[in-house]
Write a protein that binds this ligand. Structure first.
Ligand SMILES: [Zn+2]
Length: 305
């Protein structure tokens, strides 16, 4: 199994869960989209790097914190990409629900990251809510080229090439047709099949450009969120927090606000009726992730029939 987009650092028992997923051959891309998450994921990656099949990491800045981005933060992002030469960039993007959408700040922060992905020849994990054409326009401005005749899209993620990856894709068939020549990849979540126009667009994506994801995050442990318990035993130095504002510090604590995962999709909420989410074992979380990823695959198979 390959989970193309998971926020492992935000899940309960992050370290044990990572071990368990790797043991179970559940491969994944660990998305880290704000500074505290970069640190936890880097630490996890370090701890598990001796494994047979180390997982892949993606470093980026989510549009939810576009207004809080500092030069220091952008410099740190660059350092992470220099230090992990297999890391992707993102998730980065545009989201109409967050500050910075109207005044162009989200555009600026996304544009910076799009250029960074090109410069480092890394794939770019894109988050988009509400404005797919704007994302495409920014990619073009950043220098992404439309070259349908190359084999860019079929290269393995580890090869030196930059492709836009539309994570938790929510666009329509028109957008798919426009994005494909840019080598776009599409990562599908269970939600993608609930939106009529997206469900209708999915069969138009060549199969080799389709991936599956859970986008699992802290809403798995809702009611007990907070980066410290989400990070479990991973050691992070609180002293390094200064100057880095996380979404939690900015007050965007609820899943409804963060919009990163709808609460209906939360594993722990599903599991946790009448029970404290933290009482669920890493094994139960891992099984739930497997079944969710499998159900995305099944939905995909069904929609192509
Ligand atoms: Zn995400």
């Amino acid at each position: 199994m390959f989970d193309f987009h998971i926020h492992i650092a935000r899940l309960p028992h992050a370290r044990q869960l990572t071990q368990l997923l790797l043991d179970r051959n559940y491969d994944f891309i660990a998305i880290a989209c704000e500074p505290w998450e970069w640190r936890v994921v880097t630490q996890l990656k370090k701890e598990f790097s001796s494994g047979l099949k180390p997982f892949k990491v993606s470093y980026g800045i989510h549009p939810m914190i576009a207004k809080q981005v500092t030069d220091e933060m952008l410099a740190k992002l660059r350092t992470h990409l220099e230090e992990d030469k297999h890391a992707m960039v993102g998730e980065a993007g545009i989201d109409k629900r967050y500050p910075g959408y109207e005044d162009g700040m989200q555009d600026r922060i996304f544009f910076e990251q799009a250029k960074l992905a090109l410069e480092f020849k890394r794939d770019l994990q894109i988050h988009c809510v509400g404005d797919y054409m704007r994302v495409l326009k920014l990619l073009v401005e950043a220098g992404y080229e439309s070259d349908a005749l190359t084999d860019r899209a079929t290269k393995a993620p580890s090869q030196e090439v930059t492709r836009p990856i539309f994570h938790r894709f929510g666009g329509d068939v028109n957008f798919v047709k426009k994005a494909l020549p840019y080598g776009a990849l599409f990562s599908l979540h269970a939600d993608c099949f609930r939106k009529k126009s997206t469900a209708a667009a999915i069969p138009h994506i060549p199969q080799e450009r389709v991936f599956f994801e859970t986008d699992a995050d802290e809403t798995f442990g809702q009611g007990k969120t907070g980066r410290n318990n989400a990070a479990d035993n991973v050691t992070t130095d609180p002293g390094t927090e200064s100057g880095m504002t996380s979404s939690k510090e900015s007050g965007m604590t609820s899943s409804a606000e963060s919009g990163m995962t709808s609460s209906k999709e939360s594993v722990i909420l599903t599991l946790a009726e009448g029970k404290d989410p933290e009482q669920y074992t890493p094994e139960e979380c891992a099984s739930e992730l497997e079944s969710r990823l499998e159900s995305v695959r099944a939905a995909y198979t069904k929609c192509r029939e």
